[in-house]
Design a protein around this ligand. Sequence first.
Ligand SMILES: NC(=O)c1ccc[n+]([C@@H]2O[C@H](COP(=O)([O-])OP(=O)(O)OC[C@H]3O[C@@H](n4cnc5c(N)ncnc54)[C@H](OP(=O)(O)O)[C@@H]3O)[C@@H](O)[C@H]2O)c1
Length: 248
Amino acid sequence: MQNKVALITGALTGIGRAAAFAFARKGAKVVVSGRRDETGEALANELRSLGSEAEYIRADVRKEDDVRDLVAKTVARFGRLDIAVNNAATEGEVGPITEQTAKSIAATFDTNVIGVLLSMKHEVLAMQSQGSGSIVNISSTYGHQGAAFASVYVAAKHAVEGITKSVALEVAKSGIRVNAVGPGPTDTGMLTRFTGTPQNKARLVEGVPLARLGLSEEVADGIVYIASDEASFVTGHILNVDGGHSAN
Ligand SMILES: NC(=O)c1ccc[n+]([C@@H]2O[C@H](COP(=O)([O-])OP(=O)(O)OC[C@H]3O[C@@H](n4cnc5c(N)ncnc54)[C@H](OP(=O)(O)O)[C@@H]3O)[C@@H](O)[C@H]2O)c1
């Protein structure tokens, strides 16, 4: 991991932020990306203060120009792109299918599916020109299980797993690995918004054999592993970091 260049989308909070610190601790050069400049610059400064070479680059993953710029600026700054973590996502409008609208569905898919596809397009272009790279998409247990009242988010995360496997097959001969990490319920701002009440959050734990929520740092460790050369023969794989949720 020493001196590898790692880019993370949606890196300013939660799992993305934890991943930034995990890569930095392993000696990677880290590009943190997001939509809030002040928070992003502060995060980059915090990473630098720990001895990491780090940059913040603004990008809204729904916009192809932003994503193209993000990859181009990363390569301009650090000379290459070794690892890309497509983490940015929204929980969207949680609720019954009968209350979904074309607008609410499109808003979730714009970030969680189109954002991943656009990010992968530009990451793969950069990695193909250097003949190597490792992409990690962030899925969910909801990428391969159902969940009542979360059909749009579930649909989007199922798409992420299909995209992961398809692009893994497409780019394997270019020396690029593509995997996903599927977190179980992890104690972040998204989970708090997603569940709405402390009671709902506590109820989610009932589906976790290890009987607790995950920590962002635990998911980050899974991301770093599957991105790293230690997983050099692993591609098209979904690594569940979910306390056993997917074993149910
Ligand atoms: N927490 C869980 O239980 C759980 C479980 C399974 C999977 N996941 C997945 O884990 C990943 C990280 O989520 P988290 O739990 O760490 O939640 P989070 O703290 O809300 O992180 C999501 C990040 O994505 C950013 N983002 C949203 N839309 C964006 C856009 N269009 N362009 C760029 N950035 C955007 C958010 O930035 P803003 O602050 O600007 O909105 C935020 O920093 C997501 O893919 C999520 O679906 C989480």
